[in-house]
Unconditional design. Structure first.
Length: 382
């Protein structure tokens, strides 16, 4: 079966990319101006919607906002049909038979664009063992950030805080929390300025905070469990107790941290990933930003297709990506182009996102217009 009736009047094919809307999600921190502008708004505004969730089957977990249904979930563009219901209409074709056997009807991964106007609260996410033990969840929240750009905020360049310095103990960390000594907490973490192109892996259990002015894409396990140790955000928002401890209470939430300090050099070596070339030819290149050799939980590639002269005919021999039988997500970061699947041709434009079903054939990507076409493609657990 390659056409499924998802709801009255909407048929979605598992042989073609599914074009999705761009869902925004409420967060405790401020940002979003760069996201508005990325999508063509002349002057964007910062607010409590600093994240765009990509190819998302996951609803945002914001205690107190339960009345907002499907926040953060992707819908087929121009409809109120969720990607989740499309997938549930024919899981084997959309996700792949093996995928459904292993992971059920979830994508197994979530990707976001994040634009922070202020530093995020210092936080940690559970690793898989803690997620199972404390939340009854099969997934923790290991995540990986790939820096796309940013802005200087109050004279400070984009930076990230990550990982305990050597010697930090649970007792010391709890004391800093009790006293809400934020400077003391930040002093316990390593701080690195970041540049476009940097890729950083944050495993579950590793404390972190994205600094002000980061514009990045994040790939993560598909949950929204965040333990926050700041009770008031840098811009003054009071974080409710349940938003801090996610229902665990203020003692048990400290079980989620890994108290394993590393030197600055070791932290950088272990968590800053090097991009690896996968395909490099006249038609374009594919680089792995994070792969299964870094983490078993997800992988993400960057695809770059060089520009063609404006007005020139489309290059038929675009970058060929063979079928591999896995479902994936595709996001256009820069430029315009087309994706061809057999006789079918769909346009691609900056800011657009697609779910690529497992049953879809191999495809070809070509740029149109005079700019580079740049995309990310991501996959769930390996
Ligand atoms: O705790 P707040 O400020 O709402 O931020 C939560 C955000 O933190 C980031 O580090 C990432 O983990 C995002 O996936 C998450 O949405």
């Amino acid at each position: 079966m390659d056409q499924t009736q998802v709801s009255s009047g909407l048929q979605v094919s598992s042989r073609l990319p599914v074009r999705l809307d761009h869902a925004r999600a409420w967060r405790t921190y401020l940002g979003g101006k760069m996201l508005d502008e990325f999508h063509g708004c002349a002057v964007g505004t910062d607010g409590h919607f600093p994240e765009e969730w990509i190819v998302s089957l996951v609803a945002a977990r914001n205690p107190g906002r339960e009345s907002v249904k499907e926040e953060g979930m992707s819908h087929v563009q121009g409809t109120d049909i969720t990607l989740r219901s499309v997938i549930q209409s024919d899981p084997s074709s959309f996700l792949g038979t093996d995928h459904v056997k292993r992971l059920g009807t979830t994508m197994g991964v979530l990707v976001k664009l994040i634009d922070s106007a202020e530093r995020l609260a210092v936080q940690v996410h559970p690793d898989r063992d803690k997620a199972r033990e404390l939340f009854g969840s099969e997934y923790g929240k290991t995540e990986c950030w790939h820096i796309l750009g940013g802005r200087t905020v109050n004279g400070e360049k984009p930076c990230v805080y990550m990982g305990f310095k050597e010697g930090v103990t649970r007792q010391q960390w709890m004391g800093l929390f009790d006293r809400q000594d934020i400077d003391g907490m930040l002093q316990c973490l390593h701080r690195f300025e970041v540049e476009p192109g940097d890729t950083v892996l944050i495993e579950g259990g590793v404390p972190h905070a994205i600094g002000a002015g980061c514009f990045l894409t994040e790939i993560q396990e598909p949950t929204d469990y965040t333990i926050r140790v700041e009770r008031v955000t840098p811009s003054g928002y009071s974080v409710e107790d349940a938003m801090c401890h996610q229902g665990l209470g203020f003692e048990r939430m400290f079980d989620c941290f890994h108290y394993e300090g590393l030197s600055r050099k070791e932290t950088k070596k272990r968590w800053f990933l090097k991009r690896r070339k996968k395909i490099d030819c006249r038609e374009g290149r594919v680089d792995t930003l994070v792969g299964y050799e870094d983490t078993p939980f997800f992988s993400m590639d960057c695809l770059t297709i060089p520009p063609q002269g404006e007005g020139l005919p489309l290059r038929e021999d675009g970058l060929r990506i063979p079928k591999n039988g896995d479902c994936s997500g595709l996001y256009v970061l820069e430029g315009k182009g087309v994706i061809r699947i057999g006789e079918d041709v769909l346009t691609l434009d900056k800011g657009e996102q697609f779910f690529l079903p497992a049953a879809m054939d191999g495809f070809t990507l070509s740029g149109t217009g005079g700019e580079t076409l740049k995309l990310i493609r991501f996959f769930g657990p390996g």
